[in-house]
Design a protein around this ligand. Structure first.
Ligand code: ADP
Ligand code: MG
Length: 395
C-alpha cells in the first residue's frame, strides 16, 4: 500500500504551482497579443470581408480552432472543425457533453469567453446576402450588426436568458428597439405583440405585462425564441433549445421552430445531444467528438448508414420503440483529457473496431458520397495503408 507516498499525486494531470504560474504567464502573453490585434481601431475591410466558397451557404466553418488558455494548460475545445450550413436548411450538431458544440456556436457569434477563449486559427465565413464576413477577424461593430439582425441564438435555459426583474414586454421591446432605432415606441410594442403571437402565446397583451417567473418553462422558451427571431435573422442557432423542457413542450417548441424557419426562410443550426430531435428536424448532421468533426452527412446517411464507430455507438445507445432490450448500449470508456489530447485518433481508446492503421496519426477525411464524409481508418482507401490519409491529416 503506497497511497500516502508523495509520488502517488504525480499523475499526468498534476501540475505544480510553479508550472501553473509559468503557464499563466505564457497564456497572458499569447492572449494579450491576440487581444491587441482585435482591439485596433479602424480595422481595414480586407481583413474580414471575404468570399463564400459556395454562395448557397449561410455559414462555412473552415478549419476552426477555438482554444481556452487556462492555468492548467490549453483546452482545445474546437480543434479543426469544418462544415457548412446551406441556405434554408437545418444542420444538426450532435455529440456528447463537452465535445465543443456550444463553443463552436459561440465562436460563430464571437461570444467565446475572452480573453482566455480565442479562435486562434481558421475562418468562419458568414453570408449576409450582400457580402461574406469572416467572423473570426471581424471588428466588434461589425459583429454587433450581425448579431440579432443576421444571426441569433436561442439558449438552453430560458430563465437564465431572461432578466427576472423586468417585464416580458420591455425585454422584447428592448431587442426590437435596439435593432430598429427608427421605430416609434408604439411601433415597437406592436411588433412585440406580433412576435408573441407568432410564437404561439395566447394572451399576448397579458403576457406583455408579466414577469418571467409568472410563465412556464415552455412559455419562457417561446419568449426567447420571439426575441431571437424579432429581426428575421438568416441563421438561427439553437443550442439545446428543448433540453430543459418536458417532452410534450419539447415537441411543441420544435414544431414552432420548424414552422418559423419556413416563414422567415432562414437556416437553423441545431445543437443537441438528443438524436430523436435531430432525426425529426435536421437535413444534415454533423457528429462531433472531443472538439473535432468525426462524421457528417445527410440525415438519412447518418441514421441509416452510420460509419464512424462513435456514430454507430451513439445510434446503438438510443432507445427504439418496440425493441425489447435489457440494457441500452453505452459506449465504454471516457473522452480523453482535453488538455493533453493524443496525436492518434481521439476515439481509439474507446473503439471496438480498431484496425492496424489506427496506431497511426489522427485519421484524415474519407468521402463516402458527395455529402457523407468520415474520419476513420476503417474506410480509408485500401484500409491499412494510410499514406493518403496522413497527407490530408488535420483537415
Ligand atoms: N470558459 C471556459 N474555460 C475553459 N474551458 C472551457 C470554457 N468553456 C468551455 N470549455 C471547455 O470546452 C469544452 C467544450 O465545451 P462545450 O462546447 O460547452 O461542450 P458541449 O458540446 O457540451 O456544448 C469542454 O471541455 C469545456 O470544459
Ligand atoms: Mg453545450
Amino acid at each position: 500500500m503506497n497511497f500516502f507516498k508523495k509520488e502517488s499525486t504525480k499523475d499526468a494531470n498534476y501540475i505544480s504551482a510553479k508550472e501553473s504560474r509559468a503557464i499563466s504567464k505564457e497564456n497572458k502573453r499569447i492572449t494579450d497579443e491576440i487581444e491587441k490585434k482585435r482591439k485596433r481601431k479602424n480595422i481595414p475591410e480586407e481583413e474580414y470581408v471575404t468570399k463564400m466558397k459556395n454562395s448557397n451557404n449561410v455559414v462555412e466553418f473552415d478549419n476552426v480552432h477555438t482554444y481556452f488558455f487556462t492555468d492548467i494548460g490549453t483546452v482545445k475545445s474546437v480543434d479543426g472543425v469544418s462544415f457548412d450550413v446551406p441556405q434554408g436548411k437545418t444542420v444538426g450538431i450532435v455529440g456528447e457533453s463537452g465535445c465543443g458544440k456550444s463553443v463552436t456556436s459561440l465562436s460563430l457569434m464571437q461570444l467565446v469567453q475572452r480573453p482566455q477563449g480565442q479562435t486562434v486559427k481558421g475562418e468562419i465565413r458568414f453570408n449576409t446576402g450582400e457580402q461574406a464576413i469572416n467572423v473570426v477577424n471581424a471588428p466588434m461593430e461589425t459583429m454587433q450588426k450581425l448579431r440579432g439582425n443576421y444571426m441569433s441564438m436561442i439558449f438552453q435555459e430560458p430563465m437564465t436568458s431572461l432578466n427576472p426583474v423586468f417585464r416580458i414586454g420591455s425585454q422584447v421591446d428592448e431587442v426590437i428597439a435596439l435593432h430598429n432605432p427608427q421605430m416609434s415606441k408604439e411601433e415597437v410594442k406592436n411588433r412585440t405583440i406580433e412576435m408573441l403571437e407568432l410564437v404561439g402565446i395566447a394572451n399576448c397583451e397579458g403576457v406583455y405585462k408579466m414577469y418571467p417567473h409568472e410563465l412556464s418553462g415552455g412559455m419562457r422558451q417561446r419568449i426567447c425564441i420571439a426575441m431571437g427571431l424579432a429581426c428575421n435573422p438568416r441563421l438561427i442557432i439553437a443550442d439545446e433549445p428543448t433540453t430543459a423542457l418536458d417532452v410534450t413542450i419539447q415537441a411543441q417548441i420544435l414544431d414552432l421552430l420548424r414552422g418559423l424557419k419556413d416563414k422567415i426562410n432562414s437556416s437553423i443550426m441545431l445543437i443537441t445531444h438528443d438524436l430523436g430531435v435531430i432525426a425529426e428536424m435536421a437535413d444534415y448532421v454533423v457528429v462531433m467528438y472531443a472538439g473535432r468533426v468525426v462524421e457528417q452527412g445527410t440525415v438519412q446517411e447518418i441514421f441509416k448508414t452510420p460509419k464512424h464507430p462513435y456514430t454507430i455507438g451513439l445510434m446503438a445507445s438510443k432507445p427504439v420503440v418496440g425493441k425489447d432490450v435489457d440494457r441500452l448500449y453505452s459506449i465504454p470508456g471516457k473522452v480523453p483529457n482535453p488538455v493533453n489530447m493524443p496525436d492518434y485518433c481521439y476515439f481509439r481508446d474507446r473503439c471496438e473496431m480498431c484496425v492496424e492503421a489506427c496506431k497511426g496519426k489522427y485519421p484524415g477525411q474519407t468521402s463516402l458520397s458527395p455529402t457523407h464524409v468520415v474520419n476513420c481508418y476503417l474506410y480509408a482507401e485500401g484500409a491499412g495503408s494510410n499514406e493518403k490519409n496522413e497527407m490530408k491529416e488535420g483537415q
